[in-house]
Design a protein around this ligand. Structure first.
Ligand code: 9W4
Length: 422
């Protein structure tokens, strides 16, 4: 790569009109972020801030970028995963003057080149999904760290690594763990993954879910979301688990719980959401019904062992986009969606904009907090205050037209009274 400074680098600027349409569509579904945009544009809350972001280039991210710009920040952007970059959205951001360096399928070398271009303008705030930007500042450009007031991190994995870095005394500026906000992970995992995984299955197959045996491996938040939504469409949901408390929750939610060895024989559709490898392996494929559909919505693509399936198969063909038909030697057919990768991202569009609204409102408020508190925040990983969760949930309820009650002064006194018994 050359080191000539480019104002942006995207796949094709001609895709900008299509990107603008996508972003406008998302904006209309992200009312909390839009309300915050209006308020902080008026106040100029991010004036003088230079924000470098390394986050999936999607229509929802673009709404966040537009919001940062409206609040007065200068912004430079790169994607945090070469496969998640939507080229039309990247083009639209470049078209509106954002220095963005992102295109679908970029190489690892290009990925770091893009991050470095966003660091050229010496950010005062960093925004991460996976911590690659923060790591780049610390490991490859340590001289920039003193100019950074703070950063935010979007994901579980990133937060985990940053906590380890802070514990080792290696972190040089404060970071806010956006992931750990209740209005982020609870809603992403249950409602975002729940709906988008079903969406991916339907886009890839167009099968009727009603009356089907729908097997969900893992009853964590994502598994719960998938089970609930499949049930809502009339499927007979069967859950598999290894953890007694999680299995018990599934039972009390009214789902059937079976070991995978038994579920494999009767399932029509299988989705894995465990975070563990080898959840579906040879002996399961060997007992599946002809026509069984298998997919994954867990973070890693090793939950369904496709190497073992391929070893049983006499042929494989792509029968529809994101749907491969494996024909086994005994003639049975098994359909694998999105090559065992996250079906909600590869075959659908990830979390709906309404869900990302809350995650990105948390991102936005965290950057404003960093800008406001400046150097006052201690170096380390900080949680989002509970009050921010309540504020955002309250705003979201308002946009949905839902009113709730508040405790009266008398009730507050009753709640806090420790002198008389209950
Ligand atoms: N997207 C992603 C990753 C891999 C991938 C078909 C096989 C995560 C969070 C948000 O990781 C993300 N591999 C693909 S497509 C694809 C997409 N393929 C294509 O062949 C490989 C990702 C956050 N998010 C939402 O969920 C909604 N808006 C958001 O910003 C986005 C993307």
């Amino acid at each position: 790569m050359t080191d000539v400074k480019l104002p942006f680098k995207v796949a094709d600027l001609g895709l900008a009109p299509q990107g603008h349409l996508k972003i406008d569509w998302a904006e209309a579904r992200m009312p909390v972020l839009m309300a915050l945009r209006e308020e902080h544009a008026r106040r100029g809350s991010l004036k003088g801030m230079r924000v470098a972001g390394c986050l999936h280039v999607t229509k929802e991210t673009a709404v966040l970028v537009r919001t940062l710009v409206a609040a007065g920040a200068e912004v430079a952007w790169s994607g945090c995963n070469p496969l998640s970059t939507q080229d039309d959205v990247a083009a639209a951001l470049a078209d509106q003057g954002v220095p963005i360096y992102a295109w679908h399928g970029m190489s690892t070398e290009e990925f770091y080149w893009a991050i470095d271009r966003t660091l050229d303008f010496q950010p005062t705030l960093t925004l991460d999904d996976g911590a690659d930007l923060i790591f780049s500042v610390h490991n490859r450009h340590p001289e920039l760290a003193k100019g950074v007031i703070g950063g935010t991190e979007e994901t579980t994995t990133g937060v985990h690594r940053l906590r380890a870095m802070a514990a080792a005394g290696a972190l040089k500026y404060p970071v806010i763990a956006v992931n750990d906000a209740e209005t982020k992970w609870d809603f992403d995992n249950v409602f975002g993954t729940g709906q988008s995984s079903i969406d991916g299955i339907l886009r890839a197959t167009s099968v009727l879910l009603a009356g089907k045996n729908f097997v969900v491996a893992g009853f964590g938040h994502c598994g719960w979301g998938c089970a609930m939504r499949a049930h809502g469409l009339g499927a007979n949901v069967i859950c598999t688990e290894i953890k007694p408390t999680a299995a018990l929750k599934a039972v009390l939610h009214g789902f059937r719980v079976l070991p995978m060895d038994e579920a494999a024989r009767i399932g029509d559709i299988f989705i894995t959401a465990t975070g563990m490898k080898d959840v579906i392996v040879t002996r399961h494929f060997a007992s599946m019904k002809d026509g069984a559909i298998v997919c994954n919505t867990g973070h890693y693509d090793c939950e369904v062992n496709l190497r073992e399936l391929a070893a049983l198969a006499s042929g494989v063909r792509e029968i529809r986009p994101n749907c491969e038909e494996y024909t086994l030697r005994d003639g049975r057919r098994i359909y694998v969606l999105a090559k065992g990768r996250l079906v909600n991202l590869a075959a659908a569009e990830g979390h709906p904009s309404e869900v990302m609204d809350m995650s990105f409102a948390n991102q936005f408020l965290s950057l404003i907090r960093l800008a406001r508190e400046g150097r006052g925040l201690a170096v380390g990983v900080h949680d989002i205050p509970e009050t921010q969760d309540q504020e955002l949930a309250g705003l979201k309820l308002g946009t949905l037209g839902v009113g709730i009650d508040a405790l009266t002064p008398e009730q507050l006194r009753y709640r806090d009274d420790y002198t008389s018994g209950t």
